[in-house]
Design a protein around this ligand. Structure first.
Ligand SMILES: [Zn+2]
Length: 313
């Protein structure tokens, strides 16, 4: 086992993942082990505060609390990393909620770091997903789900930005003047490629299914409107990916989230669109892959915020 602190003990931190519908927490060791993990659905609690206390309590009750050296938190946004507060769109009870302070009160005296869920996903993939295979210096993680989020890891460091909001790739405009986006702009990637917006477009064009999962199933069966919905989303995602790749000389893009779980009906047209639209040579080397860690990526990335690792580069 690793002993990065030189004491012969394995360093352990608490990772917390705040999603729009569920909260998760885990004890994470310096080598990426996750000896204790808990998850709760937000809907089972009277308040988000109660769900937070429960999920953290379930983990800390099963580990040596004194051995927890730090706390990393990934949260649905928007957030303010300077104040340590969050305002997740799907949790109306939390507006400018002081999340870092709330968790710190449960485990006083440890460093606490907060980042966006997309950023934690990218960092988790860089640390425990990609690094196992091909070391990457510039990684974009994308979460394509009810929204489209993301995060960047550049030269082995998560790039969070001055306010903690870097990586909002879902709000790059791919259709200026297009559909209005809840963010206040129009034609954002999210207006085309999020699960609900893909379903909305497909239904407006004659498809009669219920949700993104059904849309993926029909695309796999060759339903023409479902296939077009995925190609349209793939084109929007590819435009955003190539924009980011041109700015950051990306090695690798890792895509997770419910829509990404559709598999080849998304990734085949996505890879074709990225390769087909890449102009400059360095853009043609960008690899686009589905997540290899699934939902654990966010917890591992949150842990990595407070857990120094050896760079794989
Ligand atoms: Zn937007």
């Amino acid at each position: 086992m690793s002993s990065p602190n030189g004491t012969g003990e394995t360093r352990t931190v608490l990772a917390v993942d705040i999603g729009g519908t569920k909260f998760a927490a885990a004890a994470v060791t310096a080598d990426g082990g996750m000896p204790v993990r808990a998850e709760v659905p937000l809907s089972a609690f009277a308040s988000a505060d109660a769900a937070l206390a429960e999920v953290v309590g379930r983990v800390t009750a099963r580990v040596d609390r004194d051995g927890i050296e730090g706390v990393g938190i990934g949260s649905a946004g928007p957030l303010d990393s300077v104040k340590g507060s969050v305002s997740p769109v799907n949790i109306p009870g939390w507006r400018d909620f002081p999340l870092a302070d709330a968790v710190s009160r449960m485990l006083p005296g440890r460093p606490v770091r907060l980042a966006g869920d997309g950023q934690c996903m990218a960092l988790g993939e860089w640390w425990r997903g990609l690094a196992e295979h091909t070391p990457s210096r510039a990684v974009l993680g994308m979460v394509v789900s009810t929204g489209v989020g993301g995060g960047l890891v550049l030269d082995g460091t998560p790039y969070l930005g001055p306010t903690g909001n870097a990586g909002h790739i879902g709000h790059i405009a791919v259709d200026p003047g297009g559909e209005p986006c809840p963010c206040g702009a129009a034609g954002c990637v999210e207006t085309v490629a999020s699960g609900p917006n893909m379903v909305r477009w497909a239904r407006a064009n004659g498809w009669s299914g219920e949700d993104a999962k059904a849309l993926a199933a029909d695309a796999r069966l060759g339903h023409p409107v479902a296939l077009r919905a995925f190609r349209r989303a793939a084109d929007a995602l590819a435009t955003a990916i190539l924009t980011a790749a041109a700015l950051f000389d990306l090695d690798h893009v890792v895509v997770g989230g419910g829509v990404a779980a559709a598999g080849t009906v998304l990734f085949d047209p996505l890879r074709r669109a990225v390769t087909g639209s890449a102009g400059l040579g360095f853009l043609r080397r960008v690899r686009v892959d589905p997540t290899s860690l699934g939902r654990d990526a966010g917890l591992l990335g949150a842990a990595a915020l407070v857990l120094p690792q050896d760079s794989p580069c």
